[in-house]
Design a protein around this ligand. Structure first.
Ligand SMILES: C[S@@+](CC[C@H](N)C(=O)[O-])C[C@H]1O[C@@H](n2cnc3c(N)ncnc32)[C@H](O)[C@@H]1O
Length: 390
């Protein structure tokens, strides 16, 4: 497919189309990229830890002004093929039909650099990036302090950082199955070995996995805050229902926010001057067991975390799941069928309905159609933040 030597404008356009097709086929034009488009539209992106490179195509084709990516995997034959998620016959990683040089030639506004950002940041100054993105990367960093420092140095004055962090201290750790309580296969020994915070035991195989850090949430926040004014720190909670008094007592040295947060979406605005914060006594990669073990969070209030299964009513009376709660309500919908009874509550209010249909539409999240008419206030003024019980 890629050509060499002199190319005409038509050749370049045809090659670009073929590259776009390949990136699309491999799953790089994902819903996640589309959802972020309003944030990166017209921006000069610095993508930290983006893998081998094809993400660049999706971002510039979806409106980014330019794109600089840095990752040790740039130039490798191990390129993520997202089709493997749905098709087991496709390997997770293999050779992409276009090289890094092809991508950079076809997109002069794209540059891809191999290496850890903290080591090769000096190469990544092209295009004066003003938006840094770390998508599922912060949990992999050995030196998050150096990475955020490098980002601060690279970003333009009005720069913004966006990160999607997967928290080790959550119910099953990061990138482990089951991802949530609803999908837990209780007859699966591998899943049973991680659920309910078992990975927090130092003897657990995940505990010292060098590919993942165990950065404490508070420490990550401190690192970001040193270089960026934090404008958003949005946590998605998981497994509130699994937090028994025994587990709470056992892990009392961790706050509830730390134990219940599965992912955090972080948005920060670059400071003109970093704050004077000293990281001397901080341990960011694999903190010792004794690190901050004198803390005691046993008496924290659980109420603010009890957000699981929040749903809303549409004006047509269907029940949907709040995106701000990581669509937690969908976990309940997945278990429902026509004829089931649901109860929705809010403080002292309580309604019982019968499910007429679990509506699954392509490209949209599921919703519930109810057999009974939905009272008017639930469709108009009092429609959000209901808790569904089944
Ligand atoms: C889970 S992958 C995420 C890939 C990509 N962001 C995505 O969403 O598909 C994490 C990536 O971070 C990269 N990485 C880890 N430490 C890094 C560092 N210090 N600088 C740049 N990339 C790094 C790894 O090589 C890996 O490709």
């Amino acid at each position: 497919m890629p050509t060499s030597g002199m190319s005409t404008t038509n050749d370049v356009a045809a090659e670009r189309r073929a590259l776009i097709d390949a990136a699309r086929e491999w799953g790089y034009f994902s819903a996640g990229v589309a959802a972020k488009a309003p944030m990166f539209h017209g921006r000069r992106i610095l993508d930290v830890g983006m893998g081998a490179g094809p993400h660049a195509v999706a971002y510039v084709e979806s409106g980014a002004a330019s794109y600089v990516g840095v990752d040790p995997h740039v130039g490798s034959d191990k390129v993520r093929d997202f089709r493997s998620w749905s098709d087991p016959s496709i390997p997770d990683y293999h050779s992409f039909p276009f090289s890094v040089k092809d991508i950079e030639r076809l997109y002069p506004n794209v540059r891809l650099h191999s290496g850890l950002l903290e080591d090769v940041a000096h190469k990544a100054k092209e295009h004066r990036p003003n938006l840094a993105m770390l998508n599922a990367v912060t949990e992999h960093l050995r030196r998050p302090d150096l990475v955020f420092k490098a980002i601060w140095e690279l970003l333009d004055r009005d720069g913004v950082v966006w990160a999607d962090h997967h928290n080790y201290y959550s119910w099953t750790g990061h990138h482990q199955l089951p991802r949530n309580v609803a999908s837990w296969r209780r007859d699966n020994p591998a899943e049973n070995a991680v659920v309910d915070w078992k990975h927090l035991e130092p003897a657990h195989p995940s505990y010292n996995d060098p590919n993942f850090n165990r950065v404490r949430l508070e420490d990550l926040r401190l690192i970001v805050a040193k270089y960026f004014e934090i404008e958003g720190w949005r946590c998605s909670y998981e497994a509130v229902s699994r937090m028994t008094p025994e587990i709470r007592t056992k892990w009392r040295k961790y706050s509830l926010a730390e134990l219940l947060t599965q992912t955090v979406v972080i948005v920060g605005r670059r400071r003109d001057v970093p704050l004077d914060i000293d990281f001397k006594d901080r341990q960011f990669h694999h903190p010792d067991e004794s690190y901050q073990s004198d803390r005691d969070y046993l008496n924290e209030d659980m109420t603010p975390f009890d957000l699981d299964n929040r749903v809303f009513f549409s004006n047509t009376g269907e029940v949907g799941s709040h995106s701000t709660n990581n669509f937690a309500g969908l976990r309940v919908f997945d278990r429902l069928k026509a004829g089931d009874t649901i109860v929705v509550t809010k403080l002292r209010e309580r309604y019982t309905f019968t499910v007429a249909e679990v509506v699954r539409r392509e490209g949209a999240s599921a919703s519930l159609r109810l057999a009974e008419p939905v009272p008017e206030p639930l469709r108009t003024v009092n429609y959000s933040d209901w808790t569904i019980e089944v």
